[in-house]
Design a protein around this ligand. Structure first.
Ligand code: ADP
Ligand code: MG
Length: 344
């Protein structure tokens, strides 16, 4: 099911939690809403679900305006970070619940409900645990039950709000891979909310990066990482250094010094962004350079912190851990991939 938000605004007591948000969610894709806490991710999810109504704008399911449809009519599957399972029900009863409470006319037979619930427990790799109660499962197992329960109603859209947020890092990584596999097998249109960029980059077909109630960028993980559309996205996704620069005569300058970076287009002040690994060491004078003030090994790379000769500002670069230059006290380098966002 294709879902669209069209110029959606949402205010709580006049405080705008979302400003004019438009987003097309494609049928069958797994899209991640990624942003810091308070950026409006949950609000957008709740609007899609029908748990909130937009102050203005519309939510469409296919070509249908969903504005007047209830949560039930929208047929949504939900998993939240702390989605309490029903404690007094067995795992099988939990997964069956959504089908059991259907009106008689659309309710499958008891045998069919049982069969479907067992199939889903198999899908989430919990076969054999159907008679247990939630308190007898680990956190990761409970979230897998929550997902099976969400899938039981054959939802048109699956909404996941930080479903692995409360679990430890190792379990999160496993569940992430597992969710991706389930998605590939079942093909549900899925919206996944997270503030964890690693989770989003690894899991999603597309990212929707949000900040302060606005969408900053929508694109594939590669596209967003390689060509951030705004200073916010550049700083938020991946690592980067920033320097205040100015563009003149088609080149980027730091103070009076040209950095050897061609910037066609209009002159003016701006903020230069680059990632620590997107640099090359150079010997010439049109470059950045300075003293190495700190150095630490992270896996296969060595991260150098450099105090720039020009301005004493600190930036970071990465070199292979066994590169001879890591022993130097002074290095010159130039960003290979970079972007100047005008500030003037
Ligand atoms: P996120 O999920 O990205 O952390 P939310 O969508 O929960 O962000 O919140 C966005 C903004 O809207 C926050 O400033 C939050 O305080 C506010 N907000 C969310 N829900 C309500 C509510 N029911 N009443 C008042 N303010 C709310
Ligand atoms: Mg939230």
């Amino acid at each position: 099911m294709e879902v669209r938000a069209e110029n959606v605004r949402k205010e709580f007591d006049r405080f705008p939690a979302l400003h004019d948000v438009s987003l097309d969610i494609r049928s069958g894709e797994l899209i991640a809403l990624l942003g810091p806490s308070g950026s409006g991710k949950t609000t957008l999810l709740r609007l899609i679900a029908g748990l909130e109504r937009p102050t203005s704008g519309r939510i469409l399911f296919g070509d249908e305006d969903a504005s007047d449809k209830s949560v039930q009519e929208r047929n949504i599957g939900f998993v939240f970070q702390h989605y309490a399972l029903f404690r007094h029900m067995s795992i099988l009863e939990n997964v069956s619940f959504g089908l059991r409470v259907r009106p008689r006319s659309s309710r499958p037979s008891n045998a069919d409900i049982r069969r479907r619930a067992l199939e889903l427990l198999d899908l989430v790799q919990l076969s054999g645990l159907e008679t247990r109660f939630p308190s007898q499962l680990s956190g990761g197992q409970r979230q897998r039950v929550a997902l099976a329960r969400a899938l039981a109603i054959e939802p048109r859209v699956l909404l996941l709000d930080e479903p692995f947020g409360a679990l430890d890092a190792q379990v999160r990584r496993e569940l992430r891979k597992w969710l991706r596999e389930i998605h590939d097998r079942t093909g549900h249109t899925t919206v996944f909310v997270t503030h964890d960029q690693e989770e989003a980059l690894e899991l999603a077909d597309r990212l929707c990066v949000m900040s302060q109630g606005r969408i900053e960028q929508v694109g594939t993980p590669d596209n967003v990482y390689d060509t951030p559309a705004s200073p916010f996205v550049f700083a938020f996704i991946g690592e980067s250094s920033q320097l205040p620069v100015h563009v003149e005569n088609g080149a980027v300058h730091l103070g009076n010094q040209s950095l050897g970076l061609a910037a066609p287009g209009s002159a003016g002040t701006g903020q230069l962004f680059f990632r620590p690994h997107d640099i090359e060491l150079v010997e010439d004078s049109e470059a950045l350079g300075g003293n190495v003030v700190a150095s630490r090994r992270v896996g296969g790379t060595r991260r150098l912190e450099i105090a720039l000769a020009e301005t004493a500002q600190r930036v970071e670069i990465d070199l292979p851990f066994d590169h001879p230059a890591v022993e130097r006290s002074r290095v010159g380098f130039r960003p290979k991939r970079w972007k100047v966002f005008p500030t003037g």
